[in-house]
Design a protein. Structure first.
Length: 728
């Protein structure tokens, strides 16, 4: 058995930095030791260090097969020089912004050995130095505080055993006051700093001396458990579940959890109610989620209570107006729906592919325009909004843009007091709208307008909390129009045909992907080995699809998969597809991922400042390793990132089915294996194949396909919206 290497301490001056990753802060450097003045190679994570600093490092000696003996850093701290010559050299190195060699010389001449103490404790005296005015003194003071904060944050993270790679993000978020903020409320890290997570924040809190049953920790644990349920799509959590989770995950006694839960409720952070299913159990909401759910219910009821002024337009005129404006002959079903829409304040239109939802949107828009009404079109994502614009030839926005999102605080300019200027608001892909976004949207719809929600309720629900469209339909409060007729042209499409078979739980009709001349839209390749599936995907993308279907393997083909882990998960598929489809050299390596110029990438969360949103797909265009910045082209618009924001993007050659919602791709490849058992659901399969416009290829086993088709009971989301809408 190998014994652990002994921990050794080195002290010395950092002479030079050979390599430093701006994202992970992994550093290779040379240290001149204080005792022997020997040059030593040191390796490890060291944020915010520069040549000239004096360091005390703990670590172990290791021998690298190529580079020889190195000192691997476990932890380090900066030690400030005490001699006049050392202080002068330290400041002249540029470590403190605003101080160069000449300023360092004048400062040491003025203050001598007390120079660093003056900067630390009496920075107002810096104006005594020749050439240092009040503005420069303030700059030096701020830089010193920032460096001091960097040292303090590093020490905090090291003591807690947390990755020091988070240091730069913490400093970017909190600035020079970082240590004070963390010490006052370490649990803020979990919400403020992407990637840290609750457990790291909890580890830091415990290391700072917070007891396991401290009120601050118990409250943070309760919020964390509720937020985990929200991340899974639930709107509330049962009290019994909350108490059990706090006990299992954080060893909290039930009485302590319940006491803190009641205090959080009294303080206005939680709302506790009796369960809508009339059980004795109670349910617990975060205040903002409860406000959103009740707000949706109340606003819909209010909207439906406002009488609508009858229009003079009848079925015959509807047909003529649409024929004139769109050159479309509507079916009897479509005319009937259009006529009824005009007599309701809020309606839902739902149906599968090929049933004419898009035609109906275009027709509604044409009729309202003919009546002199102002219509606004929107969709939940940028991709869906762009597609809506293309098919309607009208301006369509994301819901966020429609509501005028305020980039500073994430709130919206349009609301109940400042409503949208519209007579009709049409929302496409409404099944993707979660509880919070629907609340803001419906609040901004004027009481004199018509709200039309269009979506395929059989698709996967929203990524965010709730199941709003489905709940609204279940409540039977809002008029719902079901489009069932598949139009002749759509009926000829194997994708549309099979989508409806899958929706009914029937096996799709397959075509063999052989080398015959005739090409189809829908294929199934039966394979039961995951590695063979991966090899087949690579062959399809690199050769078969470009050669036979004349499609670009990067921009036209999208791999969809139910999961992230495993051989046929997004992580591994992206790695192998990147190697085959992008021959450019690796530019940046970060946390197990590598990025290259021309990589296909996806933005992972809403970023209001950059105006990019969860699921937007783009292409890396430039990388500047000197300035630590890179740019991504999203649909013709260039967005800049710095390297600390790398965790906001991921490779997108393969993405999850959930992330594909609201998008269409020329070609879709879907591996479907029994390894995906937990996620094999009919609505997931249906959502995946309806993303393909020209070509869908399933690869896997018929057994996995049968499991998915049989599983028509997707995981129930905890939501009270349908119950609230039914009341009174």
């Amino acid at each position: 058995m190998n014994r652990p290497l002994p921990i050794t301490t080195l002290e010395g001056e950092l002479e030079r930095i050979t390599y430093s990753s701006p994202e992970t802060h992994y550093t290779i450097a040379k240290l001149k030791t204080s005792k022997t003045h020997n040059m030593v190679t040191i390796v490890g994570s060291m944020p915010a260090v520069k040549p000239g600093q004096f360091l005390k490092i703990e670590g172990t000696w290791e021998t690298h097969s190529k580079y020889g003996q190195q000192f691997k850093i476990a932890s380090y701290e900066e030690t400030l020089p005490a001699t006049i010559s050392g202080i002068k050299k330290y400041l002249a190195s540029g470590i403190v912004k605003g101080i160069g060699p000449s300023t360092a010389h004048r400062m040491v001449r003025c203050f001598g050995a007390e120079t660093l103490e003056i900067i630390e404790k009496n920075p107002e005296r810096l104006v005594e130095v020749d050439g240092v005015g009040h503005a420069k003194a303030a700059l030096i003071c701020d830089a010193w505080k920032y460096n001091h904060a960097a040292r303090g944050v590093m020490q905090l993270l090291q003591n807690a055993g947390v990755k020091t790679a988070y240091c730069a993000k913490i400093l970017k978020t909190y600035g020079a006051d970082a240590v004070n903020i963390i010490q006052s409320d370490p649990y803020r890290l979990a919400t403020d700093i992407p990637g840290i997570g609750f457990y790291f924040a909890d580890r830091i809190a415990l290391k700072l001396g917070i007891s396991r049953d401290d009120t601050q920790r118990v409250r943070a644990c309760i919020r964390h458990v509720i937020e985990q349920f929200i991340n899974e799509g639930h709107v509330f959590v049962y009290e019994s579940q909350l108490v059990a989770q706090c006990a299992d995950l954080f060893s909290l006694e039930a009485d302590i959890t319940r006491y803190s839960m009641e205090k959080l409720s009294a303080d206005g952070e939680l709302v506790i109610e009796n369960a809508p299913d009339t059980s004795e159990n109670r349910i617990v909401y975060l205040k903002e989620i409860h406000q959103a759910e009740t707000g949706i219910s109340n606003r819909i009821k209010a909207l439906l209570s406002v009488p609508i002024i009858p229009t003079s337009i009848d079925a015959e005129r509807i047909s003529k107006e649409v024929q004139k404006k769109l050159a479309i002959a509507l079916s009897r079903e479509q005319v009937d729906v259009l006529e009824k829409i005009l007599s309701h304040r809020a309606v839902i239109i739902t149906g599968g592919p090929g049933t004419g939802k898009t035609t109906l949107i275009r027709s509604v828009n044409a009729i309202f325009e003919a009546l002199g009404k102002r219509v606004l079109l929107a969709a939940p994502t940028g991709r869906a909004a762009r597609r809506l614009s293309e098919v309607t030839r009208r301006n369509a926005k994301t819901i966020h843009r429609l509501l005028g999102v305020n980039f500073k605080d994430g709130l919206f300019d349009k609301n109940r007091d400042n409503p949208l200027d519209a007579d009709a608001v049409i929302i496409d892909e409404a099944s993707m709208v979660d509880t919070l976004l629907m609340f803001h949207l419906i609040n901004a719809v004027p009481m004199t307008a018509v709200l039309i929600l269009v979506g395929d309720v059989f698709q996967l629900p929203s990524i965010g909390p709730g199941n709003v469209l489905s709940d609204m339909i279940k409540s039977a409060r809002t008029p719902v129009f079901y489009l069932k007729k598949i139009f002749r042209q759509a009926h000829k499409s194997p994708i549309v045909f099979n989508a409806h078979r899958i929706r009914q739980g029937e096996f799709p009709v397959f075509e063999p992907l052989d080398h015959t001349e005739s090409l189809s839209e829908f294929y199934f390749i039966e394979q039961n080995d995951p590695n063979t599936v991966v090899a087949t995907i690579l062959e399809l993308c690199n050769k078969t699809i470009p050669e036979r279907f004349n499609l670009d393997p990067v921009h036209d083909v999208q791999i969809l998969t139910p999961m992230h882990k495993g051989v046929i998960g997004t992580t591994h598929l992206n790695q192998v597809l990147q190697k085959v489809l992008n021959p450019n050299p690796v530019i940046v390596e970060t946390r197990g991922s590598t990025f290259k110029i021309e990589d296909k990438v996806m933005h992972l969360k809403n970023n209001y400042q950059k105006e990019v949103f969860n699921g937007d797909i783009g292409t890396i265009r430039t990388v500047d390793v000197k300035e630590n910045v890179f740019s991504v082209d999203f649909y013709g618009r260039t967005v800049s990132y710095d390297f600390t924001e790398m965790d906001e993007i991921s490779l997108a050659y393969a993405i999850s089915v959930h992330k594909s919602q609201g998008s269409e791709y020329p070609a879709v490849i879907l591996p479907i294996m029994t390894q995906h058992f937990v996620l094999l659901q009919r609505n997931l399969l249906y959502t995946a194949i309806t993303r393909g416009k020209k070509l869908v290829i399933l690869i896997g086993t018929k057994k996995a396909l049968a499991i998915a088709l049989k599983n028509d009971t997707p995981k129930k989301r905890l939501s009270g919206l349908a119950f609230r809408l039914k009341q009174n």
